[in-house]
Design a protein around this ligand. Sequence first.
Ligand SMILES: [Zn+2]
Length: 1008
Amino acid sequence: MRRSFWAAAVALVVLLSQSPTVARVSDPVKDLPPSEILKKLPRHEDRELLREGKARYETLLRAEKAYTPHSYDVLHYEINMHIDIPADSVSMAAVFIDCRSQTDTLTTVDLDFYGMIIDSVTVDDVSMSYTRQEDRLLVPLGTSVSEGDSFRVGVYYHGHPYSPGYFGLVIDPDVTFTMCEPEGARLWFPCYDKPSDKATVDLNIGVPPGYIVASNGTLVETVVSEKTPLTIYHWSEDYPIATYLISLAISQYATFSYWYHHDGDSMEIACYAPPAESANAAADFANLPEMLACYSGLFGLYPFIEEKYGMATFPWGGAMEHQTCTSWGFPLPGNQYYDWVVAHELAHQWWGDWVSPGDWRDIWLNEGFATYSEALWWEYLYGDWGLRSYMGEMQDYYLWWENSAYGERFPIYDPPPGRMFSSTEYEKAGCVLHMLRFAVGDSNFFDILRTYGTTFAYGNAITDDFQEVCEVESGQDLDWFFDQWIYDQGYPEYKFVWSFESQGMKGYEVNVSVAQVQENAPVFNMPMELRIVTALEEIMDTIVVDQASEVFQFVIQDEPLSVELDPKHWLLCEKEEIHATEPILVLQEWMVDDQLGNQNGWLSPGETVNFIVSLENQGATARGMTGVLRTHDVAVTVVDSTANYGELRFNETGSNEATPFVLSCAADLVPHWATLDLVIRADGAFEDTVALRIPAGDPAILLVDDDGGGDEDLFHMGLLDSLDRIYVLHEVSKAGSGLDDLGAFDLVIWFTARQVSNTLTTADQESLASYLDSGGALLISGTGLGNDIGSTDFYGNYLHANWDGETTTTVLQGVAGDPISEGTLMLLFDQDGEQDVLSPDAQTGSSSCLNYVTGGSGAIKHESSYKVFYLGFGLEAARGDNPNTLSPYELMDAILNWVLGSTPVEPGETAPFSHPETFSLANNHPNPFNASTRITFRVPRASQVELKIFNVRGQEVKNLLDDAMGAGSYTLLWDGTDSQGRAVASGIYFCQMKADAFRQSMKMLLLR
Ligand SMILES: [Zn+2]
């Protein structure tokens, strides 16, 4: 029995007056030209708006995502509430909760409720004591209730509801509304606030005259109490509803209706909008009858067909799929631009409301389904073109989002805290459903949706339930699909290269090499369409790509003109065609194996070593690959010059570890860079030469790359190269720190770039301290060193610095009396980060070499039995493009001269950098490159210098420099754009330098 709290309040029953149906104010958007239709695709900011509000709530109040079993089942809520809108309060509320015990020994009911003031609590009409604990309300039942037995809890309360950040029950004279997903229903009525316990609900909501209450289900009656005065709206939701979907929207609305006609019957679509905007709202919601027909056809008849569908505006950024009564907070432009949001919220009536998530880890079953349904509406309107256009935008959006500043990579199932309403659960999950459709076929896919709906109708489902329906309906085991797309993260990044050979009468053999190059994601296993176009036909085939690198072979009749992967854009992926008909071999790394020698890792005087070279193939498959190593260096002998590489496919790396080269070094030599040529041959008369350079003899410099995996190592190597210094590189990210044999070097250059933690570990500090104690020299740089280790003994005792904080200044000036910097300025790139400000420790003999113009030192040096030069910024941040300031080259050169003495003399070269003897153009770093590459050149005397980039066809792509240059060494950056600033395609480019009679070109490989 349900007792009516309002029995005494009856005065006048107003019969529901049916609003006249509003005629369609515009035709369906179907008739627009394609260019106009595409303008209705969601904009990024609107996709954000759809999610952002809900996301805000998730972080505001915790939502425990995992399902927790509880000991009673809520059957029905009766919510009686007077809202005194001018007073911003609930003047009285009485909520009755009909429950059934699910255990034999239920003695206490644990409800969710937060805020407002409780007046009394009853159990089966008997007053009970109660306890409140944060957002819990514990009600003792006074007895032990057996499994299956029912009882009724009553909670009487009043007060101002707690409504943080526009959530919960927000009372406002303009619009009073509720917004509770995921777990905010407890802010306005006591309940079991989990989506897994659905119940029916009656709402008797009293509001001041003039206000209209829109809510769930059917409006049973409207009662006007003239005494109070108050209008009481009685809404009844007879279909089970989750607490987060119970809603109120209260305003002085204008109302209008549409009707959905089905099977000779009709259902009202009740709309509530501000009077001034009702004409626009009528236009914006005009497609609802047709949308209901669309989704009823695809998913099964609208699940709340005995009641209604509704739209009620509320002043909240976003929209919310309240059961049978969506709350609408998007603009109402009157041109149906937000049609896709109308569709999204309507689709939630099936996905979220009809079938609700088992717990919040399954949120994609709501949002991914509603998001994909947006595309299904476009398919309904515009056919296959509409579906492809919509999905293309959705895929692009997700790829953009994941790589944006707000993006993050994580699995769809059970998103991390604060990410329930992220693009992963919306657009990515939508894209995953599209791929599922591709994997199982259209007919299976729509059978799956309908069966999933009817199986879990008015109840709950979890991801496993959905997968089981998919497997039964499709007859396939789909672990492979769910494991990678739902339970793992990321997406495939395909690169492919294709080539063909004429087979005479047999036609043409086409080889397509496909690589997956994604990081931090699995190797994906996906079927994929492939299209080969010839002059006469288009050939479609389906391949299954499930390896990191694979080759697919086709024999076709005519010469292929193009090959395309996934031409219909089924897959969420990135793909890139590499234009190469031959192998492109790129040096990955070389290794000196001197296990039988002195084991220092390089070619020491008198040593014989194994030499291993790793190459990556960025082009067509190389088969039967061999290598021959040669050198003209008189101090180095190639003892064993041949190696086998076997087959190297596109994007694979191979080494000659099994057949190492053998090198020996003269016992008596000046340390220098030995140049080696590795001649690679492969089947099909392929031949290419890879140039290598290794230190021969014992280098004086150890370069420690501690930039956290950045590319500042390339900058430092380029710098030392152009200064003709010989060094050994140690990469901390690959080899770890743990350097304990520093004594072999005269100078250690250690850079931490923009790292802010783990700069120098305690072990690093210890090994550097003992190295310096035995008379070493250290050049150390980094913007975050002081912040990280400024309080250590090493910082004061060995770097001789005090850390004074950080600065954003990018201008340094020289120090009077300092031989390096006096009278100069040094400019830094603005890296939107801070530089360390140091103060030299004069007591122990350090002094400043560069000061920030706003005060404080940026570089200090110390000399005693050892030498230290310490930069509070990254040397790579120093600008070298202004001839009037101190460049990183000049600073590095001066430091090297201070530590090591004059520039060493190499065989065949005598030029110190500052006065180069000849023009030269050095190899670019890095090469191959992706974002940008540095091009270094030298000018021996003032000259007009021209530097241009050409493509393989000899066309000029960009003019990098055409200017009068003074003598010196320079570096230019090429960012892979043409003269119009457009990114150029992957491939080979040439940089040509001209100066006086000097001409030199160099080959560069851009890989996007
Ligand atoms: Zn949604």
